[in-house]
Design a protein around this ligand. Sequence first.
Ligand code: CP
Length: 334
Amino acid sequence: MKHLLSAADLTRAEAVHVLDTAAEMAATQSREIKKLPTLRGRTVVNLFFEDSTRTRISFETAAKRLSADVINFSAKGSSVSKGESLKDTALTLQAMGADAVVVRHQASGAPHLLARAGWLDAAVVNAGDGTHQHPTQALLDAFTLRRHLAGDPALGATSGVGADLDGLHVAIVGDVLHSRVARSNVALLTTLGAHVTLVAPPTLVPVGVETWPCEVSYDLDATLADGKPDAVMMLRVQRERMSSAGGGFFPSPLEYSRAYGLDARRLAVLPEHTIVMHPGPMNRGLEISAEAADSPRAVIVEQVANGVAVRMAVLYLLLTGQHDPQSARVPTTT
Ligand code: CP
């Protein structure tokens, strides 16, 4: 595995290997010396054609904690705004000696093109492409689920569901149509053994969803009360993607939050151990109320923190060639 383009490309053993490595990375972060020398002399480029707060900052933090040099490239303010192509941008990064390119792009498939066109020798990491994939988000979500619900071996806890996600029920709720987070999580969480239910209005469910390895429901109250999910993952309503052709129908904010928003009333029917997740950024008051977002069940800020350890693991494994589950040994000291 030279690149990380899609959560669907990961075998169960590879995904568990990334999560185990992330647990090692998280352990180093809780010690006094946070910085590892592992990627000294390597260059990681954050190539962002679309806005980001969490993903860009956590990749930068992850690379710096592994002692890599980091170049942040934002399309706004670059020669992309003068019409420079993806190919010429890639050739420029190649000339500058990039070892890894972390790319976010509004076009689904852009990271695949970068990885396969032969313009770059670097490892390509998909940081979110259109409505397609966001594999490191799914990995950090799986890491968070594992820590809370599946007996992460690094915490020495066992809940009886195993170190992967066998038997967990995760409800993913909201604008599935536009969500690369939903697509990535359905692929990864089911690979790890979880049962996933997608809950959405019929107009925000993608064509072909019946071929996905999950259930689909249009009734949030029934899923929460009868499905007793171990985790409820709320999705951002992506109104900015709804104007394009085939963009999905969004009734009204009030109707949407009444039918599909997570609020205090819906929190009250959940089992005591159920956690609330959201990839961010949140539309407070639309898909999630302030009470739900700030409740003790919410692990949303923890998801962000876990993103650093997971991205350290991904960069480390790709750039040191230790992605084979049989071959890795993670250095945990400087
Ligand atoms: N979850 C996520 O991708 O957030 P950002 O858009 O802020 O990176």
